[in-house]
Write a protein that binds this ligand. Structure first.
Ligand SMILES: [Zn+2]
Length: 231
């Protein structure tokens, strides 16, 4: 804008570019300025060349931008790549729950120790109401299901369906976690596996799948697993 002084000293804008924004969508995102989950509007703009405030010539499109409804700050659309806090905690909770079920399915639920370790891991992850009975019946359902599908034909294998499930839950989470966060999910699984004695081959198999899905190098998985002590 080019400001000039009017006779009364007020700034007058002779010409400039004015952008009019319209909303094309909305949702929830993590606002880096507010530092929390906020609603956003996705907006696109139309630029117009103005003379004395009157829009005359179109000057192309602006945006799209993401506008925070809390602080009104505008961001590039890449800001949506960052998970909301709510979504992130839900993914983390589901990750621990799935890893726990997979380890129990591989190692069996006969041992109280393993079930207790499993329940406390799942509760700590955010499912406060989780009980041993619940986990037991989930694992049973899983075993029956997979048994029927013939996925346990190879006894050393954790079951193809379970492996797919682990990848689906863990892979999208991995890029949002730093190394220690990813390792911590693996270690929680390892502690449950060790609660009823040394790792069985099936438990090792599950934990290797967990490590791979979390993008932990296989030699690091081996190192981490051998460093864990039983709870
Ligand atoms: Zn904000």
């Amino acid at each position: 804008m080019l400001p000039v002084r009017g006779g009364d000293g007020r700034k007058l804008t002779v010409w400039g570019i004015r952008t009019t924004w319209s909303t094309v969508g909305d949702g929830e995102f993590f606002c880096p300025d507010c530092g929390g989950d906020r609603n956003y509007r996705r907006r696109t703009g139309r630029r117009r060349f103005t003379v004395l405030g009157v829009p005359l010539l179109p000057r192309g499109a602006a945006g799209p931008v993401i506008e925070c409804q809390g602080c009104r700050e505008r961001f590039e659309t890449e800001v949506l790549d960052h998970l909301t806090t709510t979504r992130f905690s839900a993914m983390l909770r589901d990750a621990v729950h799935t890893v726990t079920l997979a380890v129990l399915a591989a190692g069996g639920t006969a041992s109280r120790g393993a079930l207790e370790a499993a329940v406390s891991a799942v509760r700590a992850a955010g499912f406060q109401d989780c009980t041993e009975e619940q986990l037991e019946s989930l694992v049973e359902a899983l075993a029956t299901d997979e048994g029927r599908l013939g996925l346990y034909d190879v006894p050393e294998c954790c079951g193809a369906a379970l492996a797919i499930e682990l990848h689906e839950v863990l892979e999208p989470l991995a890029p949002h976690l730093a190394g220690p966060g990813r390792e911590s999910i693996l270690l929680q699984g390892a502690r449950i596996a060790l609660a009823d004695g040394p790792y069985t081959p099936a438990e090792r198999e599950v934990l290797a799948t967990v490590g791979a899905a979390l993008r932990i190098a296989s030699e690091d998985v081996t190192r981490l697993l051998s460093a864990v002590r039983a709870p």
